[in-house]
Ligand binder design. Structure first.
Ligand code: NAP
Length: 305
């Protein structure tokens, strides 16, 4: 029997992965935060995935963190700010050859997780798939996309990528995953905070081209200094292309703020500013953007970290 997929976090991406793996007949177990969440899940009878308007429910077995069974493969599907603590609680259950797949957006949480489980192999992912929860234990597959996976310290692809083929999860093994994560972080820093501060859809930034261009200049400088020149390549052109192509969309940060949810700012703009400070770089527009965003979040009574 193939190695079970333990999925930590039954939110949007966790459900999107768990249901597709289960549909392919692969063994999947869902790890929930406490017995109350487990009871709620069991009462619902499984995870529901809504795809092209069709809802299907999968009775993926659930368990809590305290279950004693060892874990060999763990898909970490929490938000970036929850990942480290959630994994630390599971550390005693990890088998000596455990592998973790980290789905978190941004940077910073991957290193924090890896430090908590030094013996495990940690594989980072960068995904353009989109999903959102429209009810308890129910997720809508909103945007088909692609997932890149990679391990900066060990370029050989794991054999279980076959499971992703079987589950029809579009993916590719990447030998430059850090470059991909930095590029995505830079795109996010140039677009998402401004959509919050200007209260607009992505397309609204077409009215703020100068501000976007200045930020792209500073972000490119930062990427070069971090040894990521490929991530800096034509950054401004790509930011402009994304703004145009997704003009009607609200950014994920905009949606978090509008729904009064905590943002992942510390792992996106916050991480960029921390790394700039570490390199003693003066990036005034980036750090002003961070201050403006923090003030905005505080004024709305939302966490600013
Ligand atoms: P989400 O819907 O908020 O799901 C996160 C889940 O983690 C929640 O179900 C939460 O449980 C669970 N969780 C947190 N701490 C836990 C713990 N200690 N033990 C067990 N479960 C725990 O988040 P998401 O949208 O899937 O995002 C996950 C990551 O993927 C983020 O970094 C995000 O930026 C990235 N991402 C998301 C998308 C997308 O379309 N959604 C696309 C690309 C990347 P409760 O339900 O009990 O709170």
């Amino acid at each position: 029997m193939s190695t079970p997929w333990h999925v930590l976090g039954a939110g949007s991406l966790g459900t999107l992965w768990a249901t597709r793996l289960a549909r392919a007949g692969l063994p999947v177990r869902l790890i929930l935060r406490d017995p109350m969440r487990l009871r709620s899940y069991e009462a619902a009878g499984g995870l529901t995935l809504v795809e092209n308007g069709q809802a299907s429910t999968y009775a993926v077995p659930g368990e809590t963190v305290d279950n004693p069974a060892p874990i060999r493969r763990l898909l970490v599907a929490c938000k970036a700010y929850d990942a480290e603590e959630a994994v630390a609680r599971l550390a005693p259950r990890l088998a000596p050859d455990a592998e973790l797949i980290l789905l978190q957006n941004g940077l910073g949480s991957q290193d924090a997780v890896a430090a908590r489980v030094p013996l495990a192999r940690c594989i980072s992912a960068s995904s353009t798939e989109g999903a959102f929860r429209d009810g308890a234990w129910r997720v809508v597959f909103a945007g088909h996309g692609f997932t890149w996976l990679g391990d900066a310290g060990h370029p050989v692809a794991p054999a279980w990528l076959d499971d992703l083929d079987a589950a029809k999860i579009p993916h590719e093994w990447s030998t430059d995953i850090l470059t991909r994560l930095w590029r995505k972080l830079a795109l996010n820093c140039a677009i998402n905070p401004l959509t919050v501060l200007h209260d607009c859809r992505n397309g609204g930034l077409q009215q703020h081209q100068c501000e976007v261009a200045t930020l792209c200049g500073e972000l490119a400088e930062l990427l070069e200094r971090c040894g990521q020149p490929a991530a800096a390549d034509n950054l401004q052109q790509e930011v402009e292309r994304v703004i145009h192509a997704t003009a009607a969309n609200y950014s994920s940060m905009y949606q978090d703020v509008a729904n009064r949810r905590r943002t992942e700012i510390s792992y996106l703009l916050g991480h960029a500013c921390t790394v700039a400070a570490r390199h003693q770089m003066n990036l005034p527009h980036l750090s002003q953007l961070q201050q403006r965003l923090i003030s905005h979040l505080r004024s709305r009574g939302l966490p600013s970290d």
